[in-house]
Write a protein that binds this ligand. Structure first.
Ligand SMILES: [Zn+2]
Length: 259
């Protein structure tokens, strides 16, 4: 089984002590590729350096909605210039989106997100989207701009109707630790009912630990467990589920390398 963690923050300092050992353990578990989204300008050089140092590491460049309230003078121009220079290993725009649960002023969040949707369209890259209490609004913005490469609604949580709206817009749903929570019934049912091709796996490490691992640092070692829960839920052949998930993520982030 070969798995891709489509959303993990391996650049965070919490991994500085043991990143090499962790990557080796993950490889032994079948996790062979990672997409690391940047959350703010501070991370851009970190994710780029990390991808340069390790095989199988790729990254997104963007600004997370939590940082929309900060000093962002000129940030979109700098992001656009960097993205258009096509640095090696860049496969997405993000992490960007809307978080309507946070206290960050919505006006700033909207402006920053819309600018990144446009950038993704112009650069021909998929989006890595953070959508919290904002699924309908995010879908509305995407419908307006229709970024041609789609992307992932990371750590999707929501209704089947919202999931179908994203899928129709060319977006995949990120299946993460939430699938281990029995109380997340609605979202689990969505992951069971949607076409398998609409799903990709992620851990969102170091956040979103599985139900029985709350309070600890999450790592991509959780990815095989997330895959297994999904396989059980869907009652499909594990081999086929793993194969389709792998191919979907490859096609999304590496369309040019498909045979
Ligand atoms: Zn994230």
């Amino acid at each position: 089984m070969q798995l891709i963690d489509t959303h993990c923050h391996l650049d965070f300092p919490v991994f500085d002590q043991d990143r090499e050992a962790l990557l080796a353990r993950c490889r032994a578990l079948g996790v062979t590729e990672y997409i690391i989204p940047a959350i703010a300008e501070d991370n851009w050089t970190r994710v780029m350096a990390l991808a340069d140092q390790h095989d199988g590491l790729f990254y997104g460049l963007g600004v997370h909605p939590w940082y929309a309230g900060e000093q962002l003078e000129g940030v979109m121009e700098r992001l656009r210039t960097l993205v258009m220079s096509q640095p090696a290993g860049l496969v997405a725009i993000g992490e960007c989106g809307l978080d309507l649960r946070s206290h960050v002023p919505q006006e700033g969040q909207f402006a920053l997100f819309e600018a990144q949707i446009r950038l993704a369209a112009d650069a021909g890259l998929p989006l890595m989207i953070h959508s919290v209490r904002a699924n309908d609004t995010v879908a509305k913005l995407l419908r307006r701009c229709k970024p041609p490469r789609g992307g992932v609604i990371h750590a999707f949580s929501g209704s089947l109707q919202q999931a179908e709206a994203f899928w129709q817009l060319g977006f995949r749903l990120g299946v993460g630790g939430v699938i281990s929570f029995e109380r997340a019934n609605k979202t689990r049912e969505v992951f069971r009912a949607m076409p398998l091709e609409a799903l990709v796996l992620e851990t969102d490490s170091p956040d979103m630990p599985l139900q029985d691992e709350q309070g600890t640092r999450n790592t991509p070692e959780a990815l095989p467990k997330i895959a297994q829960i999904l396989m059980k839920l869907r009652r499909e052949s594990p081999e086929n589920v793993a194969k389709v998930l792998f191919e979907t993520a490859r096609q999304l982030f590496h369309p040019d390398t498909q045979q």
